[in-house]
Design a protein around this ligand. Structure first.
Ligand code: FPP
Length: 251
């Protein structure tokens, strides 16, 4: 009979999750509840993001991934897309120097083909400037869709098979993972979604296979260090088994 893998029991481990991923949802509803334009919700969302990056770094979280613009967000009205692009550009321009000084490495995941050259230029510059930083990694999912990412990885493996670089029989989870945008980044331990919605919306479908999910009933602009700590406390109450059994209880 196969012996099940043992995994460490939870409950006595108070170290922060290595990788936290966040679906920053509810900017529009936050604004609507106050009679403000959606753009104001997004602007306040960037402020919440700044606080969250700082708090994550202080708490010793090594990787923070944020869903900033999905591959599906292009269906929003042109004005809103324009507002979001302006905020992203402004964020890089205004915050990059501080992030760099604080030891934050920037990684961007998502499809870069067809993006405005100003955005791709800023992205490349941010990644290049911060590539040696090790305090923590801010991974920004931009024009990102998980199914599209997996399809791109599969296409690359198919191309490598056709060109004879790999034998199709070698293809396994590890080889596919190495072609994902997140190659080299550990899987998220904790995925947080604000606004009360309880779904993944095409975010890190592969990578979140063993993540713990915490859905919070607050809108993203209200997210802060206290909310992050609350999510981490909830994470610590969970028992992670990764398909194995609890090492202490044996069940
Ligand atoms: C979800 O709220 C949020 C987004 C689609 C975008 C999140 C973007 C930011 C916080 C700012 C830009 C990012 C960077 C990296 C500077 P929603 O509009 O879907 O809210 P709703 O569901 O209440 O309408």
């Amino acid at each position: 009979m196969p012996v099940p893998d043992l995994v460490p029991a939870k409950g006595d481990d108070t170290s922060p999750p290595v990788h936290v991923a966040i679906i920053m949802d509810g900017n529009g509803r936050w604004a609507a509840a106050r009679g403000l334009p959606r753009a104001e919700g997004h602007r306040r969302g960037v402020e919440a993001l700044r606080k969250t990056v700082r708090a994550s770094s202080d708490l010793g979280i090594q990787y923070l991934t944020i869903f900033s613009f999905s591959a599906e967000n292009w269906t929003r009205p042109a004005q809103e897309i324009n507002d979001l692009m302006t905020l992203v550009k402004r964020f890089v321009r205004d915050d990059l120097a501080d992030l760099h000084k604080s030891g934050v490495r920037i990684r961007i995941i998502g499809d870069r083909t067809g993006l405005d050259s100003e955005i791709t230029g800023l992205i490349a510059h941010a990644e290049m400037l911060t590539r040696e930083n090790r305090k923590c990694t801010l991974c920004v999912a931009f024009n990102y869709g998980s199914r599209q990412e997996i399809a791109r990885a599969a296409r690359k493996l198919a191309e490598d098979s056709v060109s004879g670089n790999i034998d199709p029989s070698q293809i396994d989870a590890e080889l596919l993972e190495a072609q994902l945008d997140t190659a080299g980044i550990p899987d998220p331990d904790l995925v947080i979604r604000t606004s009360g919605e309880q779904r993944l919306s095409n975010f890190l479908l592969w990578q979140a296979a063993y993540a713990e999910f915490v859905f919070m009933p607050i809108y993203w602009p209200d997210f802060d260090r206290a909310a992050l700590e609350e999510a981490i406390e909830e994470f610590h109450r969970r028992e992670r088994r990764f398909g194995g059994v609890n090492a202490r209880a044996g069940n």
